[in-house]
Structure formats: structure tokens, C-alpha cells
Design a protein around this ligand. Structure first.
Ligand code: GDP
Ligand code: MG
Length: 360
């Protein structure tokens, strides 16, 4: 977020410089010069005052990017084995073996492999969750695993899943499940998928197909390898240093610990003690837990974490941003809340959006 000044903001929003300076004064910020760069938080507060939306775009410019693990969502027709497959994959994790199974439910889990590579799986199969997240701008999924039962073949929700993935521009890896069944016919499934327009590898395309059995634990290692290969092709990278950005996948209230949000880290490093704004909620992070329920001090890209310390419960798809002070966090949260309320009451159409790269 470098170089954004009052002058620039005035150009982009069409508001006069004195008016913007007046808003700054009203929110208790003073600036020596209209050429002085302002932070993304201040820009958002101003934007709220003048009724426009700000999208925080994290700019990678000049940052050191390191490879990150893929974040995977499992989709497919009901009863084709999404939940069984996630359970089976969870059991393949070294961490799960060491801990004697993971009891913690986080809405996401990480499979770490002996090669040192890892894959983050979102634990909420289904198209509704995927679409809801996308609708809120949370591009959290890198790869979709399309589960198709070998005995049942392509069904309506299979097609829906394909369409969701295509719309979101997220690559698909196909898992033909229930291959242990006597009436399994993987070849038939492949033909069906090809006639639905999926460019499968063995037909000269680039979509990998793996035959698995979730309940018998067959082909899971091949599926994991296929996902890693897909993620290598995508060259997934993230900034490790710098301000954290994350997306909420689940949130709830715990009677003892208060509001808890599970988030998937997108970039940067999140640290205990950080002041964060999450959607319209805010808080100071009291504890970060990993998927084993262990308290950790910091979290990096692609990690699912549970965040404790929010004042209220955010929504799935909300973004997590780090701000500099309690005051700033409170102000942003209050502004966002009243904006949400305003649109709820007036059912106004969304205000015009101005995009800002956040390099803060
Ligand atoms: P979901 O609705 O897609 O989450 O499907 P579930 O995971 O709940 O599975 C639906 C049913 O299919 C359950 O009775 C599972 O035990 C069964 N099932 C799932 N995977 C397999 C498999 O690989 N082989 C066989 N034989 N049954 C399976
Ligand atoms: Mg299920």
C-alpha cells in the first residue's frame, strides 16, 4: 500500500482534497501534507465515510515469495463418499498417526507427508460452502477434488461441482471413489466426464484422474501425489513475512473461550497479540491454535488456525487483516458494522468499489 496519498484518493474517489482532509480530522488523524502516504486502514475509514467500498488487494510486488501448500476442497454428488474420503485422508497424515488421530475439529486439516510436503484440506465438503465463500470474495481453494462414485457415475451434483470449479477457475483433480465395489466401472465414469467436457489426462488433457476407495484406503497416496503435482504446476507461492491475510472458514462461540474463528492463512505471518479485524468483528489475538489444538505463537501461509480473542463471531468468507492498534481495529469494525446494517436496512445495491493494493 505504498504511494496512496490524499491526492491520489481524491482522484480515485472523485471527492475534493479538503473534504477528505476534513474526514481525516474527524476520525482523529492528522496529516502534514496531502502528499503523505496513508495506510490502508485510514483509506478504508475514509471510504466508509464517503460510501464506497475498498477491496484490500495484497500486492506481492517486491516481496519474497516462497512455495506454499495447496488448499483443497472436496466436492461431488451426495453419498459419493466426500466425508469418507476426507476421513481417510486425515488418517494418512503423519501428525494424525503420531497423535493417535485428530480429535480437534477445525473445519480444515493438514496432511503432512514423509517427503515434507503438505496439503491443507477444507473439511466442509459441499457446493454451498464453496459458493458462499466465493461470493464473499474469499478465494481460499486452490484445487477441487471431484469425487465421483464408480458405481453411480456422473450425477446432477457432479455437474454442479464441475460448473462451480470452472466458474471459479479452480483446477479439478478427479477421484473416482468406491472402486472396491463389484459393480464399479471407472472407465464408464471417465467416458461420462469426457462427454461433459472435462479434458482428462488419458484423453490428452491435463485433468488427473485417480481411482480410490475411501473405505478400503486404496489410492489415497496416489491422490495426494496428484494434488502435489497439480500444485507444483500452479507454482503456488505466498509472502511469508509481512502482514497476515487469512480467510475465515468456520466460526463459533465456545462457552469458556468465547468466539473462535478457524481461518486459512493466505499470506504473511499471523502472531499472537496481533490486533485484527475480521469482517465486521475485531479483537486482539489471545491464542492461535494449530489443528492439533496446540497453542502456537505464529502461523504462516496455507495453515489452518483457530483464532481466539475476537469480540464477536465473524462469518465464513470474512477476511482477517492485521491492524496497528486497538483504536484502529475498533473504528474499522464499527464502520463495517454500520455499513452492513445500512445495507441490510436499505437493501441498497453495493456501493462502487475502489481497489487498493495493500503493501502496508
Ligand atoms: P458424502 O455424502 O459424499 O459425504 O458420502 P459419505 O462419505 O457419507 O458416504 C456415503 C456412503 O458411501 C457411506 O455409507 C460410505 O460408507 C460409503 N462409501 C464411501 N466411500 C466408499 C468406498 O470407497 N467404498 C465403498 N464400498 N463404500 C463407500
Ligand atoms: Mg458427507
Amino acid at each position: 500500500f505504498e504511494g496512496m496519498t490524499i491526492v491520489e484518493l481524491s482522484k480515485r474517489t472523485g471527492e475534493t482534497i479538503p473534504y477528505l482532509q476534513q474526514i481525516l480530522a474527524n476520525i482523529g488523524e492528522s496529516f502534514d501534507s496531502e502528499f503523505e502516504p496513508i495506510s490502508i486502514d485510514i483509506a478504508e475509514l475514509i471510504a466508509m465515510e464517503i460510501g464506497i467500498n475498498i477491496r484490500r488487494l495484497h500486492s506481492d510486488e517486491g516481496a519474497i515469495l516462497l512455495p506454499r501448500s495447496p488448499v483443497v476442497t472436496v466436492m461431488g454428488h451426495v453419498d459419493h463418499g466426500k466425508t469418507s474420503l476426507l476421513d481417510a485422508l486425515r488418517q494418512t497424515s503423519i501428525a494424525a498417526k503420531e497423535a493417535g488421530g485428530i480429535t480437534q475439529h477445525l473445519g480444515a486439516f493438514v496432511v503432512s507427508m514423509s517427503s515434507g510436503a503438505s496439503i491443507t484440506f477444507l473439511d466442509t465438503p459441499g457446493h454451498a460452502a464453496f459458493s458462499a465463500m466465493r461470493a464473499r470474495g474469499a478465494a481460499v481453494t486452490d484445487i477441487v477434488v471431484l469425487v465421483v462414485a464408480a458405481d453411480d457415475g456422473v450425477m446432477p451434483q457432479t455437474l454442479e461441482a464441475i460448473s462451480h470449479a470452472k466458474k471459479a477457475n479452480v483446477p479439478i483433480v478427479v477421484a473416482i471413489n468406491k472402486c472396491d465395489k463389484p459393480d464399479a466401472d471407472p472407465q464408464k465414469v471417465k467416458n461420462q466426464l469426457v462427454s461433459e467436457g472435462l479434458m482428462l489426462e488419458e484423453f490428452g488433457g491435463d485433468i488427473q484422474v485417480i481411482e480410490v476407495s475411501a473405505t478400503k484406503g486404496i489410492g489415497l497416496d496416489l491422490l495426494e501425489e496428484a494434488l502435489l503435482l497439480q500444485s507444483e504446476l500452479m507454482d503456488l507461492k505466498a509472502q511469508i513475512d509481512g502482514p497476515a491475510q487469512a480467510f475465515v472458514v468456520e466460526a463459533r462461540v465456545d462457552r469458556g473461550r468465547g468466539p473462535l474463528a478457524t481461518a486459512i492463512m493466505k499470506s504473511g505471518t499471523l502472531s499472537s497479540g496481533n490486533r485484527i479485524v475480521v469482517g465486521a468483528e475485531w479483537g486482539k489475538i489471545r491464542a492461535i491454535r494449530d489443528m492439533m489444538g496446540k497453542v502456537i505463537e505464529t502461523a504462516g501461509p496455507s495453515m489452518p488456525v483457530e483464532i481466539e480473542g475476537l469480540k464477536g463471531v465473524p462469518l465464513a468468507g470474512d477476511d482477517v487483516v492485521v491492524v496497528h492498534s486497538d483504536g484502529r481495529a475498533k473504528m474499522l469494525s464499527a464502520g463495517r458494522k454500520s455499513k452492513v446494517e445500512e445495507y441490510r436496512l436499505n437493501k441498497k445495491s453495493s456501493p462502487k468499489s475502489v481497489k487498493f493494493a495493500d503493501n502496508d
